[in-house]
Design a protein around this ligand. Structure first.
Ligand code: FAD
Length: 391
C-alpha cells in the first residue's frame, strides 16, 4: 500500500486542472525512460538529457507555464506545481536546462526586450541552448556584492569588455551560454554600478576550466575572462542596474523551491518502499516516519504558498526558512536510506548519488548559515550580527 497524496486541503482543483494533471501523468507514464539517464555532469549524460529536453518540448511539457508562442501551455501556477509533482512521481530525468528555464527565464520575461525574448527563449525551451549561472567568484560567494569581475565600456564596438573570474558554475563545462554580474562602474562599491550580461561560453578570450565534484564528474567549471567582448544586445536590463535584475533571478529560486515538494515526496516514498523491502526494521521506523512527515509537511506548506501567491501574496523572507527545512530534510532522508542498507549502502547506487547531492543543499541557493541570519534578523527581529567594513 502506498501513501495517498491526492487530497489537497483548502485548494479547489478545477476540471481543467484535473484534466491537465491527468494528461501530464499519462504522457510521463508513456515516455519517461525505463532506465535512469547517465549523469548530466558527463558529456554523454549531458547529451542524453538534452535529448530528453527536446522530447519534452516536442510534446509541450518543457515549459508548461510559458506562453504558447515560446513553446509553453500558458499553464497557471497551480497547474505548474501539479505538473512538477507528476514529474517527480514518475521518476523523470533531472532538468539539464534548469538554470535557464527556472532561474533566468523569469528575468528575461521581466527585463528582456522583445528581441531578446524571441532570440533566447525558444532554444532554451527545446534544450538546444543550455545556460549556466556565472555569479560566484573565488572571493564572492555568500557576499555576492563584493564581486570583482569587470565590464568596461567599449563605445567603438558598441558593447562591453569582460575581465575576471567566476567559479562553481554548474554544468558550464558543457553548457552553451552564461549569465552573470560584472562591475561596470569602476568607482562604484557593493550593489551599485553592476551590469547583468550574457555571453556564449565559447567566446574569444573566455577559458572554461572544468572542476570535478565530490563524485569526480565535471559538474562545475570556473570561467576566466580575458578581454571578452559582449555586444549591447546581450545586456539584460539597464547597465549599472544589474543588482536589481539579479535580485529578480534570485527571487526565481523560489520557483525551484515550489518545484521541489514532488522531489522530496518521491524520495520519501522510495525510502518507505526501501524500508519495507528490508523487512521494515523497527530500529529505522521513526526516521522513515520523520522523512515521510517532513516531505508531507513541506508539500502542504508549498501548496499553502501557492494558494497565497495566486491570491496576490508574496513569499518574502519565509523562503529562507523553507530552504533550511528542505535541505536538511533531504540530507536526513538520504542518510536514513544509506544506514538502512548497512554495508550495501556503501556501493554506488541512486541512493549514494542522491546522498552526495543532498550534501550540497545546505550550500547552494544561499548557504543555510546565511538563511538562518535572514530568519533571525528579518523574521524574528533579533539583533543584526556584526558586519565587516563596507557591508
Ligand atoms: C551544488 C552547487 C551548485 C552551485 N552552482 C552554482 C552556479 O551554477 N553558479 C554560481 O555562480 N554558483 C554556484 N554555486 C556556488 C554557491 O552559490 C556558493 O557556494 C554559495 O553561494 C556559498 O559561497 P562560497 O562557496 O563562496 O562560500 P562562502 O561565502 O565563502 O562561505 C563559507 C562558509 O562561511 C559561511 N558564511 C559566510 N558568510 C557568513 C555570515 N555572514 N554569517 C554566517 N556564516 C557565513 C557560509 O555559510 C559558509 O558555510 C553552487 C554551489 C553548489 C554547492
Amino acid at each position: 500500500m502506498s501513501p495517498q497524496r491526492d487530497e489537497l486541503p483548502n485548494l479547489e482543483l478545477t476540471e481543467d486542472d484535473i484534466a491537465f494533471r491527468d494528461e501530464a501523468r499519462a504522457w510521463l507514464a508513456a515516455n519517461v525512460p525505463a532506465e535512469p539517464l547517465p549523469s548530466m555532469d558527463t558529456a554523454d549524460g549531458f547529451r542524453a538529457h538534452q535529448e530528453w529536453e527536446a522530447r519534452l518540448a516536442a510534446a509541450r511539457w518543457s515549459v508548461v507555464s510559458w506562453p504558447q508562442e515560446y513553446g509553453g501551455r500558458g499553464a497557471s501556477m497551480v497547474q505548474w506545481v501539479l505538473f512538477e509533482e507528476e514529474y517527480y512521481r514518475a521518476g523523470a530525468p533531472g532538468r539539464v536546462s534548469q538554470n535557464g528555464i527556472f532561474l533566468l527565464s523569469p528575468t528575461i520575461y521581466e527585463f528582456g526586450t522583445k528581441e531578446q525574448q524571441d532570440r533566447w527563449l525558444p532554444s532554451m525551451a527545446t534544450g538546444e541552448v543550455i545556460w549556466a549561472q556565472a555569479w560566484s567568484e573565488p572571493e564572492s560567494g555568500s557576499d555576492l556584492a563584493s564581486l570583482r569581475s569587470t565590464a568596461t565600456r567599449d563605445d567603438s564596438r558598441g558593447g562591453w569588455v569582460l575581465n575576471g573570474q567566476k567559479t562553481w558554475s554548474s554544468r558550464a563545462s558543457y553548457a552553451h551560454r552564461g549569465f552573470g554580474l560584472f562591475r561596470s562602474d569602476p568607482d562604484s562599491t557593493r550593489h551599485h554600478g553592476l551590469t547583468y550580461l550574457t555571453f556564449p561560453l565559447d567566446a574569444d578570450g573566455l577559458l572554461v576550466r572544468p572542476i570535478a565534484q565530490l563524485d569526480g564528474e565535471a559538474g562545475f567549471a570556473e570561467l576566466f575572462f580575458d578581454d571578452v567582448f559582449v555586444p549591447d544586445a546581450d545586456v539584460l536590463g539597464e547597465p549599472g542596474q544589474g543588482w536589481a535584475v539579479a535580485m529578480s533571478t534570485t527571487g526565481s529560486e523560489r520557483g525551484l523551491s515550489l518545484r521541489s515538494p514532488g522531489r522530496f515526496c518521491a524520495a520519501a516514498d522510495r525510502l518507505t518502499a526501501l524500508w519495507r523491502s528490508h523487512g521494515a526494521p523497527t530500529a529505522f521506523r521513526d526516521r522513515v516516519v520523520d522523512a515521510w512527515l517532513g516531505a508531507e509537511a513541506y508539500r502542504l506548506y508549498t501548496w499553502g504558498t501557492v494558494t497565497g501567491l495566486v491570491t496576490g501574496r508574496s513569499i518574502g523572507f519565509a523562503s529562507s526558512a523553507n530552504k533550511v527545512f528542505w535541505s536538511e530534510l533531504d540530507v536526513a532522508l538520504h542518510e536514513t536510506a544509506l544506514d538502512l542498507q548497512g554495508p550495501e549502502g556503501e556501493r554506488f547506487s541512486p541512493w549514494t548519488d542522491g546522498y552526495l547531492f543532498s550534501l550540497s543543499g545546505p550550500i547552494y541557493a544561499g548557504t543555510n548559515e546565511i538563511q538562518r541570519n535572514i530568519v533571525a534578523e528579518r523574521i524574528l527581529g533579533l539583533p543584526r550580527e556584526p558586519r565587516g567594513a563596507g557591508a
